[in-house]
Design a protein. Structure first.
Length: 300
């Protein structure tokens, strides 16, 4: 009994499509497409959560390096920073803004730096280069972070390439995600029935497949600039600090770089997994339609 009913209901649903109006079919295809697009955004949530978690862990590890510095090490680090400032003539073009527990933050909050950024500096958990001529650091709580910011300042002054990277830096934190989420709006091109994919459709599909890589690649200005600043910082730290202390400095930067690296990884996964899921749903639907058509033939 139930089997017959099932068959009948399938039969009805199959007949609906070919005999129903074209508009209805087109509408339901449109709805399916829209649903698949919404579903493609689903993998983004766990990816972003994982990125957030990993980023926080790496950031915490970076903070621990500064927190575990002894009084003596803090003094040695500041002496080292002073030597680099002098030996590389950095004070000719870089201003050091020392933000400590007593600093009035409101007086220093100037774009691109927010009060929140300055609070991080005050707590000794971060340091910044303002993109032109100042490094915003905490010499009392996190002098280990200063070498890297000086590296940005030096790059900005002497490297045309680095200046270009710095110009695109703010965008390259956002564009990976813009490209990744935009890629989820596109559908894989399918050939019309009985026909093959046109050249244009093939190109479109190849381009679509490359979007996860493109999303990740747009973070390159940020990654390259960060890597260049860190390489310089590690080289300078080795010049003026003991082996042990320069290794501690490098360790903090390693964790710092990880937080940047998570951006392209996350964008790649959002795009790649989202599109894969969307294509999977489209193929499922295709199979169902084919199944229905076969049933229709059998039932006719
Ligand atoms: Zn940096």
């Amino acid at each position: 009994m139930s089997k017959i009913n099932f068959k009948n209901s399938q039969n009805i649903s199959v007949q609906k499509k070919p005999t129903g109006s074209n508009t209805q079919g087109a509408n339901s295809e449109l709805t399916n497409k829209a649903l698949r697009t919404v579903s493609a955004f689903a993998p983004a949530a766990p990816v972003l959560l994982a990125q957030n978690y990993s980023s926080k862990s790496a950031f915490k590890k970076m903070q621990e390096v500064a927190k575990n510095l002894s009084e003596e090490e803090i003094k040695l680090l500041n002496d080292g920073v002073d030597k680099i400032l002098k030996n590389k003539n950095l004070l000719d073009f870089i201003e050091i803004k020392n933000i400590t527990a007593k600093t009035n933050l409101a007086a220093h909050a100037q774009p691109p730096l927010t009060i929140q950024n300055l609070q991080q500096v005050q707590q000794g958990v971060n340091a910044f280069f303002n993109g032109s001529n100042a490094v915003i650091v905490n010499r009392e709580a996190a002098p280990n972070l200063i070498f890297h910011e000086l590296g940005h300042g030096h790059n900005n002054k002497f490297s045309n390439f680095s200046r270009k990277m710095l110009r695109f830096y703010p965008q390259s934190q956002v564009t990976p995600f813009i490209v990744a989420f935009s890629s989820l709006l596109l559908n894989e091109e399918k050939p019309k029935e009985g026909a093959e994919l046109t050249k244009f459709q093939k190109v479109k599909n190849v381009f679509r497949k490359m979007l996860p890589f493109l999303a990740a690649a747009t973070s390159l200005p940020m990654l390259i600039e960060e890597h260049m600043a860190t390489s310089k910082a590690n080289k300078w730290a080795k010049e003026v600090l003991s082996d042990n202390l320069s290794k501690k400095v490098a360790k903090g930067y390693k964790y710092g770089f990880m937080t940047y690296l998570l951006v392209p990884i996350s964008a790649f996964l959002i795009s790649f997994l989202g599109m894969k899921y969307k294509d999977f749903l489209a193929s499922e639907k295709n199979n169902n339609t084919k199944q229905n058509q076969n049933n229709k033939v059998l039932n006719a």
